[in-house]
Design a binder for this molecule. Structure first.
Ligand code: NAD
Length: 328
């Protein structure tokens, strides 16, 4: 089965963006399975405390090629996650998004070529699809990016595939949909929807829904995404491919709020803000290619994943007294 290697199959990995939400979960999982894991992160948003001690961590920029040359020695597979990831911020600072997300990817591919690394797994995004009539979104839909972030991911996909083709590097770009789970960043401005709503629910605060809440997203739990990424390191016949990683389900923001209120018992106030851009109207991943190529079958439903997030993320603990305690 994908991701289950014996000790004799121990591999050497480099993960860029290793101190981030997805990177740290992946690094810890690979290290736990007995692999050698090197992590690179400039700590612009990452937290090295999230990494287990077995992960060999280096602080540095993904554009620093001499550093990459050193870190890439004897590496079997690179996971390239380092990126700026906030869509609204990318609208304000497109040049920075281009420099890190596109420039950083080109630097990495060049360094991989120089050192002679065999495979790279790149974390692209479902955002490259933008608004599409046809759902679920299949990999051959024509991309329609709506933000500099989405453009940067699409451009990086092309660089990864093209440089890989030219130099015989196996590449796979995973178009990942809306990931959530313990450890997700919760920045003060433009926080991702799930940790933001969970925090407001746990405080009996205010949940602000952009638009009327009918827009849907494909929310996928962290552990399922990590399993797909692990499988992508060794799966045969995935060279130069683009593969969707989502849950395969779509949930409206309104429905998400209902589930969150239900599992937390929260008395949070719900406000609809019609002036805030709700973004694309529908997002649902077609995951048949991932099933075929990566043996990827997501295991965690949205409700279970939200419960696991509340249980495992200490930031949500103790924010709100248990329901029984409140009555006393
Ligand atoms: P994250 O911000 O937690 O991780 C990105 C990491 O990259 C951070 O730790 C940051 O410090 C680091 N970084 C930024 N610029 C760097 C640079 N110049 N050099 C080295 N490191 C740098 O975000 P995440 O949610 O873990 O996302 C990881 C990857 O997955 C990103 O490429 C993102 O585009 C992609 N992705 C995430 C989602 C999601 O829902 N979380 C969905 C689709 C794609």
């Amino acid at each position: 089965q994908a991701g289950k290697w014996g000790v004799e199959d121990q591999m050497n990995f480099l993960i860029t963006g290793a101190a981030g939400f997805l990177g740290s979960a992946l690094a810890n999982r690979l290290a736990r399975e007995g692999h050698q894991v090197r992590g690179l992160d400039d700590l612009s948003t990452g937290n090295p405390q999230a990494l287990s001690p077995e992960v060999l961590f280096t602080r540095g920029d993904v554009n620093d090629r001499p550093k990459l040359w050193t870190l890439l020695q004897d590496v079997d597979c690179v996971y390239h996650l380092a990126a700026r990831v906030a869509v609204p911020e990318s609208i304000l600072y497109p040049r920075e998004y281009n420099a890190t997300n596109v420039g950083g990817t080109v630097s990495l591919m060049e360094a991989m070529r120089d050192v002679g690394v065999r495979r790279v797994v790149f974390t692209s995004s479902g955002a490259v699809y933008g608004d599409q009539q046809e759902q679920p979104l299949s990999e051959d839909a024509r991309p329609n990016p709506r933000s500099p972030y989405a453009v940067s991911k699409l451009a990086a996909e092309y660089y990864v595939r093209t440089i890989g083709d030219l130099w015989g590097i196996e590449t796979v770009s995973l178009r990942i949909f809306n990931v959530y789970g313990p450890g997700q960043h919760l920045p003060p401005s433009h926080p991702p929807v799930i940790p933001n709503f969970l925090r407001q629910a746990m405080r009996d605060g205010t949940i602000v829904v952009h638009g009327d809440g009918s827009q849907t997203r494909d929310y996928v739990f962290l552990d399922d995404v990590v399993s797909a990424m692990v499988a992508a390191a060794t799966a045969p016949d995935i060279g130069q491919r683009v593969i969707n990683i989502g849950s395969g389900q779509e949930t409206s923001v309104r429905e998400l709020v209902r589930i969150i209120l239900d599992i937390t018992g929260s008395k949070a106030e719900i406000i609809n803000n019609p002036r805030n851009d709700p973004g694309v109207s529908r997002m649902r991943a077609d995951i048949r290619l991932a099933q075929e190529k990566l043996n990827y079958y997501p295991q965690v439903s949205l409700e279970t994943g939200l419960r696991l997030t509340l249980e495992r993320d200490p930031r949500f603990k103790g924010e709100r007294p248990a329901r029984s305690a409140q009555r006393g």
